[in-house]
Design a protein around this ligand. Structure first.
Ligand SMILES: *Cc1c(COP(=O)(O)O)cnc(C)c1O
Length: 352
């Protein structure tokens, strides 16, 4: 509220930046955005009501009908659906490429408006060399956007590697407590201008102040939580790699590409043919079955369930994810308790 005509007028002429309406600007949300911009190394962050609202804002801020998007193969399933079910009918061409093509094919991004990246990639956990990809993108004038939810700014700061827009589902590690659905986009003042001018006010998927308050609390422990997630996960991955009932572990290891400085708690395993995925999942007691990840509690999600989902544009089926694959999110519980739970469930899965 304003005390005078002059104060209200100053807000509308732009002389004052006082918050006027929470769909556009709110002091608590502004504080979360300020903190995110600082840890991401960005000029500006904009907070949204979900990770998908952040993805949508970043994409719509850059592309027009007739443009082309080149996207990593294995991208987050709902981003894939956004591209297939919204962007394509909107007149935007979208193609999917393995990480190697972004790194090694200098012509891949010719004529491309937006390179849409994840590293590691959601389903396969392949890592992308951001420096090589950004160099190709710049040569062809393509904008780069990356979903950095997996690594968090603690482990990877893509802006320092020249990426234009960094997206987070803040519902994952940034919240850390599985009690918020939220998203954020960060970048330079210039890259963020269309997001701030049009996507935030006109799409209207603004973050709620109470969610911003919870996320500010989450940020206070992000570093400590990531350290614990990493330590437990390193222990479990090493043991799973040696376990006879596990054929393969898909884990994005810190240092495998220059940008990635630390490990996170999300990876997947391929169970041996002797193990029933269903019996393994049902035998777990500490790990719960659910979507999402990045919270305090350990979760599993079997790919076979993702594939029975009838939604048009099922990326798990499209990208050929094997039926024996199970994604694990390692929470903050005692690592030895988690290990006992996995070993017991593997044995029960093999006995079934
Ligand atoms: C969960 C997720 C999203 C979507 O975020 P919401 O907050 O659920 O809308 C986007 N990208 C990745 C990699 C995710 O895991």
């Amino acid at each position: 509220m304003f005390d005078s005509y002059e104060q209200l007028e100053a807000r509308f002429t732009g002389e004052s930046d006082r918050a006027v309406y929470s769909r556009v600007d709110n002091p608590t949300v502004r504080e979360f955005e300020r903190l995110m911009a600082r840890i991401e190394g960005a000029d500006v962050s904009a907070a949204f009501a979900s990770g998908m609202a952040a993805v949508t804002a970043a994409v719509f801020s850059q592309v027009r009908p007739g443009d082309r998007i080149a996207c990593v193969r294995g991208v987050y399933p709902d981003t894939y659906r956004l591209f297939e079910r919204v962007m394509k009918p909107f007149g935007v061409a979208v193609s999917y490429h393995p990480v190697e093509a972004f790194e090694n094919d200098p012509e891949l991004l010719r004529g491309v408006r937006l390179a849409y990246l994840e590293s590691p990639v959601s389903i396969t956990f392949d890592l992308l060399d951001l420096d090589k990809t950004v160099a190709h993108a710049r040569r062809h004038g393509a904008v780069t956007a990356i979903d950095n939810s997996w690594a968090t700014p603690i482990h990877q700061r893509p802006i320092a590697h020249g990426v234009d827009l960094v997206i987070h589902s803040a519902s994952k590690y940034i919240s850390g407590h599985s009690d918020v659905v939220a998203g954020v986009v960060s970048g330079s003042a210039a890259a963020m201008q269309p997001v701030i001018d049009t996507q935030v006010p006109l799409f209207g998927a603004k973050m709620a102040p109470l969610d911003a308050w919870l996320l500010i609390r989450g940020l206070r422990t992000l570093d400590a939580r990531m350290e614990r997630h990493a330590r437990s996960t390193e222990t479990l991955v090493a043991r799973l790699e040696d376990h006879p009932l596990v054929d393969r572990v898909h884990f994005a290891r810190a240092g495998a590409v220059r940008s990635l400085k630390g490990n996170s708690g999300l990876f997947s395993i391929e169970l041996n043919a002797a193990v029933s995925v269903r019996a393994f999942c049902n035998a777990l007691t500490l790990f719960r079955l659910s979507v999402s990840w990045g919270g305090f509690e350990s979760l599993v999600f079997p790919a076979a369930i993702g594939k029975v989902q009838k939604a048009e544009g099922n990326s798990m089926a499209e990208f050929g994810v094997p039926d024996n694959l199970v994604r694990l999110s390692i929470g903050l519980e005692n690592a030895e308790d988690l290990w006992s739970d996995l070993v017991s469930a593997l044995q029960q899965g093999a006995a079934a």
